[in-house]
Design a binder for this molecule. Structure first.
Ligand SMILES: [Zn+2]
Length: 282
């Protein structure tokens, strides 16, 4: 995970080398995602790579985001192995970063696989087994582009309507499936609809989940709904979007939605960092 984070930071760093990312003219050399990915040198990289990064973004009608800073040496939130499971919707940091989370998993637009491979934006996927079990492989491909896998229950219930045992099953069974399919045991839970109670915290702990993540702004089709009355991001905000397609997005595709999202992040001058780089388990 850390390695992928470093690569993402490196890619973003390359964009900076090319001139703050905002005035890079796209070159004709599109279609070279790997050059700017693993193996790219993080500092003092030759200009062509920066141009390659800009070209990858230009393919999607986008300009590169500002570079994410290196992952902090000390996590902003250090999750504990034992004790109460904390609930948070933002991460205390001065870094001008936000965290992108994608929930559920209903829409599996093949174009989005290419988009994430090209852009390497770090996203945390909170996956519901009922939504993904017809195609686990789709999310494995996203994982190979640096996306991380976290828990969003088996059947997407309103957890507080269930007793402890019902909640425990929803969480633990999703853990088991995600670990089997993706080779990594989630440490974070996004409770469906953002609804949780103290039993959720107890059930999470019983299933090896160490943090419950809510959000400060949620993306619809073209813009966010903000908790902040000023309708602006603050450093460390967790952003929520979904794997949705034309049916839910009034005809727009997942890639169009994600492009809109990135434009809003860029307009506000934020970088996207990896949530798991700022929120770590012991
Ligand atoms: Zn959901």
């Amino acid at each position: 995970m850390r390695k992928v984070g470093a690569v993402a930071a490196a890619v973003a760093g390359l964009a900076l080398v090319a001139g703050c990312g905002s005035h890079v003219s796209p070159t004709e050399r599109a279609g070279i995602p790997r050059d700017a990915g693993p193996g790219a040198s993080p500092a003092g990289a030759p200009t062509p790579n920066a141009a390659d990064v800009a070209a990858q973004w230009a393919k999607w009608g986008l300009k590169p985001l500002p570079p994410a800073p290196p992952a902090p040496a000390r996590p902003a939130i250090a999750l504990k192995a034992k004790g109460p499971v904390p609930v948070f919707s933002s991460v205390p940091t001065k870094d001008r970063v936000v965290f992108v989370t994608l929930d559920d998993g209903n829409e599996k637009d093949p174009e989005f696989l290419q988009m994430l491979a090209d852009l390497r934006v770090p996203v945390s996927m909170f996956l519901t087994d009922a939504a993904i079990r017809d195609n686990y492989g789709y999310f494995r491909t996203l994982q190979s582009s640096g996306a991380t896998v976290q828990n969003h229950t088996v059947d997407h219930p309103q957890l507080p309507l269930l007793g402890y045992e019902g909640q425990r099953r929803e969480l633990c069974d999703d853990q088991k499936t995600l670990e089997r399919e993706y080779g990594t045991r989630p440490t974070l839970l996004r409770p469906p609809y953002g609804e949780w109670n103290s039993l959720t915290q107890q059930a999470a702990a019983a299933c090896g989940i160490r943090g419950i993540v809510l959000w400060r702004a949620s993306f619809q089709i073209h813009d966010f709904q903000y908790d902040d009355p000023e309708k602006k991001f603050r450093p460390g905000d967790v952003l929520l979007a979904h794997f949705r397609g034309p049916k839910e997005l009034k005809g727009e595709t997942l890639t169009e939605m994600f492009a809109h999202l990135l434009k809003v992040v860029r307009r506000q001058g934020f970088a996207v960092a990896r949530l798991e780089d700022y929120v770590r388990t012991p």
